[in-house]
Design a protein around this ligand. Structure first.
Ligand code: UT7
Length: 337
């Protein structure tokens, strides 16, 4: 018997604290770093972002992931015990060990699941869905939970105005279920790619096993995000366009066949450049970065969830999700909702 995989439920969650551009400008202004609302909005499209109060356990990565997962389960009409696999996409885990997937497992009571983290940075949700689809189609799992969630704020370098203005915290989740192979509503195709030769463009130098955080390295902010924004911008536009076209090509489809495009939310100018190259109208592009900034692995599932819940994405709509991130990693998933 052959199977296909379908997303049957989505959910999202964000920390309570809103930080608008003016608040951020004030915060970094105290460190002698200048920015303003106008520059941020014009160059990125971001108005505000959410930031976790990490001293509050309910805003830890796995706690936000758990809320998003519970909402996705309700939409899919499933119980936590029904989940047999948890794939948690994050580059900002609660702890290095155990995995954030295991923390989430105990928080939601998914006692029949096996749980694992994956790190493909901002492409994590796309990688997670693609991996889940393989297990479901192969008959090894029936119900998978894929979470894309980040608490990036502790890793931001507040002295670097080109990166600290971009990011926010949040979580999105999707339930993937086994359906008959001929189902119309299912994941239709996907495409993944990485270029590890570009790893230096976006990295956190210290805090892994090859560079311990010492007081000197701490003072140098080596445990924080280091990003070459301009270079990433150019690669991102090319990669997102290519991933979209390759994923559509696998089903012999074109952009005119799409109802919605859900790109990774890194910068509105990147999204507009990709939509332009694909000759795809911006009215059909889902955007949430104005309110949440770049939430890395959470951007796509949260934008998807928002549009499903407010009725823009309707049963039978064809949706293309497309991401790039640190690594660099890239990928896209085409699905019929
Ligand atoms: O998930 C993947 C994560 N990363 C990305 O996607 C990053 C992609 N890259 C970008 O989004 C953009 O390259 C940035 C938003 C990072 C930067 O925008 P840009 O248009 O490429 O600006 P730039 O770096 O070329 O800087 C232009 C000017 C510079 O001033 P001068 O040299 O022209 O006087 C910067 O110093 O803007 C200045 N600038 C700022 N000014 C006010 C840079 N950041 C800021 C800021 N506020 N926050």
């Amino acid at each position: 018997m052959e199977f296909a995989a379908r997303i049957t439920g989505t959910g999202s969650a964000f920390p309570l604290k809103r930080v608008c551009n003016d608040n951020l400008a004030q915060k970094i202004g105290k460190l002698g770093v200048q920015t303003d609302d106008r520059w941020i909005q014009e160059r990125t499209g971001i108005r505000e972002r959410r930031m976790s109060a990490t001293e509050n356990a309910s805003e830890h990565n796995s706690s936000l992931g758990a809320v998003a997962a519970q909402k996705a389960l309700v939409m899919a009409d499933k119980n936590p015990e029904d989940i047999d696999q948890i794939i948690y996409a994050t580059c900002t885990p609660d702890t290095l060990i155990p995995s954030t997937a295991c923390w989430l497992q105990q928080k939601i009571g998914a006692k029949n699941a096996w749980a694992v983290d994956i790190n493909a940075a901002c492409s994590g949700f796309i990688y997670g869905i693609t991996m889940a689809e393989q297990f479901v189609r192969g008959g090894q799992t029936k119900t998978t939970l894929v979470v894309g969630a980040e608490v990036l704020s502790p890793f931001l370098n507040w002295h670097d105005r080109t990166s600290c203005i971009l990011f926010g915290d949040g979580a999105g989740a999707a339930v993937i279920e086994r359906v008959p192979a001929k189902s119309k509503r299912r994941i239709l195709s996907s495409y993944l790619s990485s270029n590890g030769y570009l790893s230096q463009l976006f990295h956190i130098p210290a805090g892994g096993s090859n560079l311990e955080v010492t007081p000197t390295r701490y003072a140098q902010n080596l445990h924080k995000m280091h990003m070459s924004g301009k270079e990433i911008f150019k690669v991102a536009v090319r990669a997102l366009t290519e991933c979209a076209l390759r994923t559509l090509e696998k089903k012999r489809m074109k952009t005119v066949d799409l109802d919605w495009f859900v790109p990774h939310q890194a910068n509105l100018r990147i999204i507009e450049a990709v939509a332009n190259r694909l000759a795809f109208p911006m009215e059909k592009v889902l955007i949430n970065l104005d309110r949440y900034g770049n939430t890395s692995a959470a951007t796509i599932p949260t934008a998807l969830d928002e549009a499903i819940r407010d009725g823009r994405i309707k049963k039978g709509h064809t949706v293309l999700m497309d991401a790039f991130g640190a690594g660099l990693t890239y990928g896209a998933v085409l699905m019929r909702w």
